[in-house]
Design a protein around this ligand. Structure first.
Ligand code: DC
Length: 217
């Protein structure tokens, strides 16, 4: 391997499949994995729980400083309202600064780390050994999210329609790509993978071969 503690940076829009790829790559290489979206969600959740305003930057910073990356509970933090709140928290530069510092520390863990999010290749780990940008059309992403939610839902429970999910995804893209601090965009040297027409297996094998080339050649 070229470097002793490599970093694999994975970015992309909501529901692009980047989380699944990041988890599988981390497992394959025996690396640590951080879903950085959970850090923004963790701050948003704590603010909501404490009945605090989502746009109070100083309060959000205090919460971010206390956040323990080891105790982020994906099951709780995956809730739709927390995702919406997280994308509001994520526009505040001071909060981003605190979370980015913690994410950079995580990226240096031995024997290596995979981080996924929106600004890993551009801001958090600009020197990562390999950067992937995972994308898919908004319709495909909405379709996958809709299927996932419908499968998890209890029988008889009301689930969001495809159209509602598509509208949410487009709104989230606009907020993530349009913010002034660290907007979502591919790093100049990122490899683009469009998974619209790919199975998870094909997407994983495509990502794996790019990572292997970067780490070993
Ligand atoms: O990937 P996710 O849905 O869990 O992310 C929740 C929000 O957090 C998303 O709207 C954008 C923000 N986010 C960010 O700004 N930077 C990251 N590195 C990860 C997530």
């Amino acid at each position: 391997m070229k470097k002793l503690t490599p970093t694999i940076a994975i970015d992309g829009p909501a529901a692009s499949g980047k989380g699944t790829l990041a988890r599988r790559l981390a497992r394959h290489f025996g690396f640590h994995h951080l879903d950085t979206g959970l850090t923004y969600r963790g701050v948003a959740h704590a603010l909501l729980e404490g009945n605090m305003l989502l746009d109070n930057e100083d309060m959000a910073c205090l919460v971010a400083e206390k956040l323990d990356l080891g105790s982020l509970n994906k099951d709780i933090l995956s809730a739709h309202e927390i995702g919406e709140a997280a994308s509001k928290v994520a526009v505040m530069s001071k909060v981003r600064g605190v979370l980015v510092d913690a994410q950079r520390k995580f990226a240096n863990k031995e024997p290596g780390a995979v981080l996924d999010g929106r600004d890993i290749g551009t801001v958090v780990c600009p020197d990562a050994e390999i950067k992937l940008y995972i994308t898919a059309s908004p319709e495909k992403r909405a379709e996958r999210r809709h299927r996932e939610i419908s499968q998890k839902a209890q029988e008889g429970a009301e689930v969001a329609t495809f159209e509602q999910i598509l509208a949410d995804i487009m709104k989230r893209d606009e907020r993530d790509m349009g913010r002034s601090d660290s907007p979502l965009k591919p790093a100049a040297n990122a490899h683009l993978i469009d998974t619209s027409e790919m199975s998870i297996e094909t997407a994983f094998n495509t990502a794996l071969s790019l990572v292997e080339q970067a780490l070993w050649e």
